[in-house]
Design a protein around this ligand. Structure first.
Ligand SMILES: Nc1nc2c(ncn2[C@@H]2O[C@H](COP(=O)(O)OP(=O)(O)OP(=O)(O)O)[C@@H](O)[C@H]2O)c(=O)[nH]1
Length: 654
């Protein structure tokens, strides 16, 4: 029994899907649950087909293909979501279409990565006989492997990495299928038709890969530029906000610079509340006294730090103040990072009259809230923003369908702390860009290559069949023509004399029956004299030759006179001369006799040359019988022979 490669691959696919280390991860990862479901459908279909192969009738085998058909329908839909124009079928359209999917994750996360999608699509197509045109199966697998490898070497592609466990399940199946195909099709690849059909798609493939390489580079650059502009906008906005905030805290501290006294409780509460009201990312404000080296005032009082913290805050503040040169101290805001959750800013307060330091004001800022207050109003669907400090996530601005394939990171300075801001294109952004994504071009190119192969293959098949039909038609036409020629030859042979080409007795009889013997008409019987002697002395070959030459001479004149000559038997001819009376006929007879004599065909008899005797009769009325007239002409001939031959005689009507 022939190996059914597709069924075996189905088994491999099922095994790897279920047993691959990534299998469990896929099953629990909601992002890949659709991929997993599709892989299971394909596996079930191929396994069922394998099990039923040869055992069941058509209806059951069709049922076995049903899971593959279902998977194919979903895969086609998903492929369309990459290819259909975004103006007509936008993000919301596809999201609403997949809204009823039982798993509660957005459509974009459900969608398998493009290469995985194509590989599954091609595998699903292989479940159906029309997908197996010639080396089509092998080509499909090669195409999906190319796409897979191309994606694997493309490190920047996070879409793939997200689904890589599914890939590990699919890859062994594809490789196995390729090995079986290569084994089974070794003969096929030597086939000229297959080579011809493979040439155009392979050329398209090469072109697409070259274009893809180029296009990929451009696409990444373009997206990178867009991300850089986005990053620039956010940074500028952030710096502007920080400048405004700095300005405000300077003004806040300046109030106590000028009074030269430590803040009293009422004043402190009032002004601190106003400042915090303006900047909600400003979480706490503390007054640290130079005199007591302790925190004397705090806002809001509900979050008053414990004693240990107080001391620590104060020490930090005075460390910072000690490092400041006295001339700068009034103008500069001192900053120090307290933790990744809080950014501390210190501002010394000095008595302007005597330059004595009164203390410092500490401002605790939440970087997360600061970033939120700046970035939230600038929120766009196109990019998500992540800010990290020492690899810890500080802030994240994104929609539910987050992650994408492009990330651009740059340093972000907040006070004297260095944060990292990463901008990533979102799925929504890629959705808008989907027409220009290199993957789409690759997908379309590969599908075109495969379609081209199928078209060329079927065209070549049709052409072969057509030329077969043409050949059979040609043979048939030749047979009909030969048959016709044979029939016409037989017909001709029945009415003609083969030696001279004249009508024979039968042919002549039919001619007369058709045309009638209408007077005036003369019937002539012409006989070669002593012809037997020619045969006897000179041989039959010469006799035949004499017969032909005599025929030519007689026929030339008789036809010229509108008559008809036939060979009536042996060396005897009969001529019918319409519209010729006996007088004219006798003249013609004489001319004929003379011409034959003048041919001077050697004869041993008295005269030394071949001669003819002619007997003739004229029809008197219409409807005369040929045989009767012939008999009369023959009697005249007989008389001519009797009278010495080389003569013309006629029947005399009484
Ligand atoms: N070579 C050749 N001889 C033929 C053909 N048909 C008939 N003959 C010969 O024609 C001869 C006719 O001979 P006869 O009927 O005795 O008459 P003849 O010798 O012509 O003598 P007369 O008619 O009395 O002058 C025979 O010897 C036939 O064999 C033919 O097609 N080819």
């Amino acid at each position: 029994m022939a190996i059914d490669s597709y069924r075996i691959t189905g088994a491999a696919l099922a095994m790897t899907t279920l047993l691959a280390p990534g299998g469990a991860a896929i099953a629990t990862n909601a992002a890949s649950s659709l991929t997993m479901a599709l892989l299971i459908l394909l596996s079930v279909s191929t396994l069922l087909g394998w099990w039923l192969n040869g055992r069941a009738g058509m209806p059951l085998r069709v049922m076995a293909a049903m899971p593959a058909a279902l998977a194919l329908a979903v895969l086609v839909l998903l492929t369309l979501s990459f290819l259909l124009p975004v103006e007509r079928f936008d993000y919301d359209f596809w999201s609403s279409l997949f809204a009823h999917w039982p798993i509660d994750t957005p459509f974009y996360i459900q969608r398998p990565a493009l290469p995985l999608l194509l590989a599954m699509l091609l595998l699903a197509l292989l479940q159906f006989p029309p997908g197996r045109g010639g080396a089509s199966g092998a080509l499909l697998i090669v195409l999906s492997l190319i796409l897979t490898v191309v994606y694997l070497i493309n490190e920047s592609n996070q879409l793939l990495h997200e689904h890589s466990s599914a890939f590990y399940a699919l890859l062994p199946a594809l490789l196995l299928l390729l090995a079986i195909e290569a084994h089974q099709r070794r003969q096929l690849l030597h086939n000229r038709a297959v080579q011809l059909a493979l040439a155009p798609p392979l050329a398209v493939l090469l072109l697409v890969l070259l274009l893809w390489e180029n296009f990929s580079e451009q696409h990444i650059q373009r997206l990178s530029q867009v991300a850089a502009i986005e990053s620039e906008t956010l940074t500028t906005r952030l710096h502007r906000e920080v400048a405004i905030f700095n300005d405000a805290i300077h003004r806040f501290a300046n109030g106590w610079d000028s009074t030269g006294t430590e803040p009293d409780t009422r004043q402190w509460q009032h002004r601190a509340a106003a400042l915090v009201g303006d900047f909600y990312y400003l979480r706490d404000i503390a007054w640290i006294s130079w005199r007591s080296h302790h925190i004397e005032r705090f806002y809001p009082v509900t979050r008053w730090p414990n004693a240990t913290n107080q001391q620590w805050l104060a020490d930090k503040a005075f460390d910072a103040l000690d490092n400041e040169s006295p001339s700068d101290s009034a103008a500069t805001t001192l900053t120090q990072r307290l933790s990744n959750r809080r950014l501390m800013l210190y501002r010394p307060v000095v008595d302007l009259d005597n330059g004595r330091q009164l203390g410092a004001i500490a401002f605790a800022v939440s970087p997360t809230l600061l970033l939120e207050s700046v970035f939230q109003p600038l929120y766009s669907n196109d990019f998500l923003v992540r800010v990290t400090f020492d690899d810890q996530l500080i802030y994240r601005l994104e929609t539910a369908d987050g992650l994408s394939s492009l990330r651009r990171c740059s340093p972000l300075m907040l006070a004297d702390s260095r944060f990292t801001m990463c901008i990533e294109a979102t799925y929504a952004r890629l959705f808008i860009e989907r027409h220009s994504t290199p993957s789409n071009m690759l997908l379309v190119g590969l599908i075109i290559a495969w379609l081209l192969y199928m078209l060329t293959w079927y065209y070549l098949g049709l052409r072969n069949r057509f030329s077969g039909v043409q050949y059979r038609n040609h043979q048939l036409r030749n047979r009909v023509r030969d048959e016709d020629a044979r029939r016409r030859k037989a017909e001709w042979g029945a009415h003609h004399d083969a030696l001279t080409g004249l009508l024979n007795r039968r042919g002549f009889g039919e001619w007369v029956a058709l045309n009638g013997l209408k007077p005036p008409l003369t019937l002539m019987v012409i006989d070669i004299d002593h012809f037997k002697q020619v045969n006897d002395r000179l041989g039959h070959t010469v006799g035949d030759d004499y017969l032909r030459r005599v025929t030519d001479t007689l026929n030339a004149l008789i036809v010229k006179r509108g008559g008809l000559l036939a060979r009536y038997g042996g060396e005897e001819f009969i001529a019918c001369l319409p519209d010729t009376d006996i007088v004219e006929a006798e003249t013609i007879g004489e001319v004929l006799r003379h011409r034959i004599e003048a041919m001077a065909l050697p004869h041993h008899k008295r005269r030394g040359v071949v001669t003819v005797s002619i007997g003739m009769v004229t029809a008197r009325r219409e409807g005369e019988h040929l045989e009767a007239l012939f008999s009369l002409a023959d009697q005249a001939l007989y008389r001519a022979k009797q009278q010495g031959r080389n003569r013309v005689d006629r029947w005399h009507w009484h």
